[in-house]
Design a protein around this ligand. Structure first.
Ligand code: SF4
Ligand code: SF4
Ligand code: SF4
Length: 180
């Protein structure tokens, strides 16, 4: 049977930066006050009056060649179903090697001592549900699914739209795509 490759797509034409996704993530995953698993980036480029702006929701890229997994000395950081990168909280010593290795600054130290980050809400996916952030977006900016399934919505969008990823030069092979 074909292995899934879970990806998330962020439509930069639609994201308005309302942070509904950020709040849904905090609520769903009990993210403590002062920390977040996802955040909003606002970029402005060009010269006045020819300015362009882009707002996008971002999070862990669940890299296929994840430097954090390579860096983790205990095996706490590991690949799970669909290539999703998870942290086994019990196996994590809080050494922060993964934080130093992540090109996307996607991890934080939880007050309980382990490292935490986006899980692609794999606990919801295992129940046949979508990640919390994708369900609340009022502009349908976020899409989640199996890129290895040619009939999936995400595969169709990756075929039909132009897209980019953050820092492709790192070789981390991110699975968070930004539709442009
Ligand atoms: Fe690891 Fe960072 Fe890639 Fe997430 S974005 S898989 S934390 S290297
Ligand atoms: Fe692994 Fe935890 Fe150390 Fe990160 S902080 S490298 S997850 S043991
Ligand atoms: Fe948060 Fe889940 Fe969305 Fe990741 S997939 S940013 S853990 S709500």
């Amino acid at each position: 049977m074909r292995n899934p490759r879970y990806v998330m797509l962020v439509d930069t034409r639609l994201c308005v930066g309302c942070k509904a996704c950020v709040l849904a993530c905090k609520s769903e995953n009990n993210v403590p006050d002062g920390y977040c698993r996802e955040w909003i980036v606002e970029d402005i480029w060009g010269e006045f009056p020819d300015l362009r702006a882009e707002i996008r929701s971002t999070r862990c890229n669940h890299c296929s060649n994840a430097p954090c997994v390579d860096a983790c000395p205990t095996g706490a950081s590991h690949f799970a179903l669909g290539g999703v990168v998870l942290v086994d909280h019990d196996a994590c010593t809080g050494c922060k090697a993964c934080i130093a290795s992540c090109p996307y600054d996607a991890r934080y130290v939880h007050p309980d001592g382990y490292v935490d980050k986006c899980t692609f809400c794999l606990h919801r996916v295992a129940r046949g549900e979508l990640p919390a952030c994708t369900t609340v977006c009022p502009t349908r900016t976020l899409h989640f699914g199996d890129a290895n399934d040619p009939h999936s919505e995400v595969a169709a969008l990756l075929r039909s739209r132009e897209w980019k990823v953050d820092h492709p030069e790192t070789g981390a092979e991110p699975n968070l795509y930004f539709l442009v």
